[in-house]
Write a protein that binds this ligand. Structure first.
Ligand code: EPU
Length: 349
């Protein structure tokens, strides 16, 4: 392992800001992660564990040590109930892993195609898209305690998953590192699959249905679903190689029925999605931001994406501060107009 000084983080996070880490080291295996943790007590400075860097905004240079986790490896075992348990090292690229499963006909992750980032980051914010959240497919998560270097495997229930939320953003925040994730996928090729009575694919999200229809596909195979999701994402979301971004910058707000009813009196077109648990309702933040007139806004190199206003964009040389200022202005205008406080999904440093 190499400890480097004054390392540019521009290519190591998807917003692409020109910021520096005071120290930088890459852990390429699980045992390298554990070795670094054994030196933990000697490192008297802030530590940031970085995966694919697809959910961070740097507003300044990082004055501590950045540890990039890039351990790789995938292993799978078939179960006798139509499933396959796939164990994946945290540093695997998320979308390459999804492709790996789709190639083998293992279903469960195809709706989560083309999401940037690493496998180890997926459980932290319970990534979700096109009607599927990763919590539905996670069997367990292997973590190591940052202070004691002790390993522990968390069951799905112990991860306390919620909408873009988990134990890793709450009680375990800053306390553990995710080393490995085990997924439970369906394997429709196994003879025992018929016994599960489970549908192989999740096709209820309207955008996905429209895309498959526009591809003239009535009975999609797993590769068709991945292709449809990739087409929607490529059309709606900016390519991080062309314009820096971190996907959805805000969470979709979840409100109570009473608040919805009073908002609907003034905004009858307000879209909403019920059944978020405990009688709550999800409102698309993209709609709220759009209604406040931000869609396609640009000030210098900081902007709001013209096709998906939930995504803030660095068109070249925007600073993290400029993006954060823009985020605050958006939050203020949504609060003024709708009385709803948006919550950031991205981690700001
Ligand atoms: N909308 C507008 N104007 C627009 C675009 C969208 O008003 O220009 C409204 C429409 O009412 C639309 C609604 O927003 O029906 C929802 O839009 P979309 O289906 O694009 O999804 P989203 O709620 O904005 C969420 C996730 C995305 C995920 C998509 C697809 C969050 C915060 N975002 O976005 O996840 O890809 O659904 O399932 O939950 C991410 O988290 O980084 C991310 C990209």
């Amino acid at each position: 392992m190499h400890l480097d000084q004054k390392v540019s983080l521009k290519a190591l996070h998807t917003f692409g800001m020109e910021v520096e880490a005071r120290y930088f080291v890459e852990a390429k295996t699980q045992s390298e992660v554990l070795t670094l943790l054994n030196y933990r007590q000697m490192i008297h400075m802030p530590i940031l564990f970085l995966g694919g860097g697809s959910n961070v905004l740097f507003t300044r240079d990082f004055s501590g040590i950045v540890i990039k986790i890039s351990a790789k490896g995938i292993s799978a075992v078939e179960t006798d109930d139509g499933h396959v348990l796939v164990s994946v090292e945290a540093g695997e690229n998320w979308d390459e892993f999804v492709q790996y499963c789709v190639n083998r006909g293992w279903s469960g992750l195809e709706n989560l195609s083309l999401i940037p980032g690493t496998v180890g980051a997926a459980p932290i914010q319970n990534i979700g898209a096109y009607g599927v959240e990763v919590k539905e497919i996670i069997e367990s998560v292997l973590v190591v305690d940052i202070n004691t270097a002790k390993q522990r495997r968390l069951t799905n229930a112990e991860c306390s998953f919620g909408y873009r939320d988990s134990v890793f953003k709450n009680t375990l925040k800053g306390k553990v590192i995710i080393l490995n994730v085990t997924f439970k996928l369906l394997n429709p090729n196994l003879p025992t699959y018929q016994l599960t009575n489970l549908p192989p694919y999740q096709l209820h999200y309207p955008d996905l249905q429209h895309e498959l229809a526009s591809m003239s596909i009535a009975a999609p195979a797993i590769a068709d679903i991945r292709e449809a999701v990739c087409r929607i994402r490529r059309r709606k979301l900016p390519d991080t190689f062309v314009a820096g971004n971190a996907g959805s910058f805000f969470k979709n707000p979840v409100i109570m029925k009473e608040q919805l009813d009073s908002l609907k009196a003034t905004f009858p077109d307000l879209p909403h999605f019920p059944n978020q648990g405990k009688g709550t309702i999800k409102i698309p933040a993209a709609w709220l931001i759009d209604q406040c007139g931000w869609k396609g806004y640009r000030n210098g190199d900081a902007g709001v994406h013209p096709n998906q206003p939930l995504v803030l964009v660095n068109y070249g040389n925007a600073t993290g501060r400029q993006i954060l200022d823009l985020a605050n202005q958006i939050m203020e205008s949504v609060k003024q107009k709708f009385g709803i406080l948006l919550e950031m999904e991205v981690n700001v440093f």
